[in-house]
Design a binder for this molecule. Structure first.
Ligand code: UT7
Length: 349
């Protein structure tokens, strides 16, 4: 019998990334609350974050990244079949943020859905995108957060950690000769027993907002047990990275570049040490954007490509951890470097 060629598969064929124009450095935080550039930088590696302008909503930020991604691919928005927006800071309760994005992009044939997957939502979303793309349906996956609207600006233990932005990926069926991050494997897990440890618990049906709760500031309260989140982020990302590689028949030594979720440089360093990967193989830009939740991987990919760190023939590993708890990793073979367009408004380094 003649061998059957395995044509199934999907990959990322373009990346778009956007960060708002206003760049807020640590010293600016020190004017609002009892903190300092030294504390923030030594505990997190963060120097700046980008903050959405007044009236710049999640859908606007997501659509900007989505547009840049489609432009990079020179792809007709009407040919997109799915617009998936991974966000924990939605446009509104209902309808989904993705509906506004779909309209803005002119993705007239697309189904638009949101995913609330925490900081690992982009990779979990990629698992869903891959499944549809394999069937021949182009998927625009966007990770987007406007955390500056969700957080409590007077809470120094959380506010200084976050930033706004969006990263988008066009996921398409495998096409020989087309530069892509070919998806070799995705590993994703959730442990909802830790759902109360990290999140924004008020305003939903479990804890509806009342005027009293708003007066007490619960409408923007982010709950986070920092050290417990830190420990779990390191161990769970290590687990995901190893499992994703093993299932793909690869070892850590085979990986050319790791693009982790950008939450805290100390978490990235601890993960790097735990996995015994050389530091120059691990990409980081948390210094410039802080933690942008599900947007961080798309933004990091855009910058890693622009810096020339990703080349044809390489193996790239991406890994993330966030609320849920949820954690995920994905392994890609670089058949060629996908086109990128970004508008990241980076400050002086
Ligand atoms: O994607 C997941 C999202 N979340 C995360 O990734 C967070 C993971 N956790 C972390 O990154 C770290 O736990 C933090 C950066 C949040 C905190 O670092 P830490 O080394 O665990 O500090 P800590 O929470 O133990 O706090 C140490 C001290 C406390 O003061 P006392 O009680 O020792 O007097 C805090 O009140 O630092 C104080 N502190 C601050 N001081 C100045 C907390 N936030 C600040 C601040 N500026 N912004």
């Amino acid at each position: 019998m003649a061998p059957v060629e395995d044509t199934a598969g999907a990959g990322i064929v373009a990346i778009g990334a956007y960060a708002p124009r206003h760049r807020m450095v640590n010293d600016e935080w020190a004017q609002h609350i009892d903190t300092s550039d030294a504390w923030i930088y030594t505990r997190t590696g963060i120097k700046a974050r980008h903050i959405a302008a007044a009236g710049e909503s999640t859908a606007m930020v997501a659509a900007r990244a989505g547009n840049l991604c489609l432009e990079a691919a020179e792809f007709d928005p009407a040919a997109v079949r799915w617009v998936l927006v991974s966000t924990d800071t939605p446009e509104m309760w209902n309808p989904a943020t993705a509906c506004f994005v779909q309209a803005e992009l002119g993705a007239t044939r697309a189904v638009a859905l949101d995913l609330t997957g925490g900081c690992s939502g982009f990779i979990a979303g990629l698992a869903l995108a891959e499944a549809r793309a394999r069937l021949g349906e182009p998927v625009l996956l966007i990770g987007c957060e406007v955390l500056s609207q969700a957080m409590d600006w007077s809470d120094r233990s959380t506010a200084v950690l976050f930033g706004d932005g969006a990263g988008a990926a066009l996921v398409m069926p495998r096409e020989p000769g087309r530069p892509a991050f070919e998806i070799m494997n995705i590993y994703a897990r959730t442990d909802g027993r830790d759902a109360d440890i990290l999140g924004k618990p008020y305003g939903g049906t479990r804890n509806p907002l009342t005027p009293e709760l708003v007066r007490e500031g619960h409408h923007h309260r982010i709950v986070m047990h920092g050290p417990y989140v830190f420990r779990n982020a390191v161990t769970k990302m290590a687990e995901a990275a190893q499992a994703a590689l093993e299932d793909a028949g690869l070892r850590l030594e085979d990986v050319d570049l790791v693009v982790p979720h950008q939450a805290n440089q100390r978490i990235i360093d601890a993960l790097t040490d735990r996995l015994k990967i050389p530091r120059d193989k691990v990409f980081s830009n948390v210094e410039e954007y802080a933690n942008t939740g599900s947007a961080s991987i798309g933004i990091a990919l855009a910058e890693a490509i622009a810096a020339g760190l990703i080349r044809a023939g390489q193996i790239v590993l991406t890994v993330a951890f966030g609320s849920g708890f949820s954690w995920a990793a994905s392994v890609w073979r670089v058949t060629g470097v996908p086109p990128v367009r970004s508008e990241l408004n980076r400050g002086p380094s």
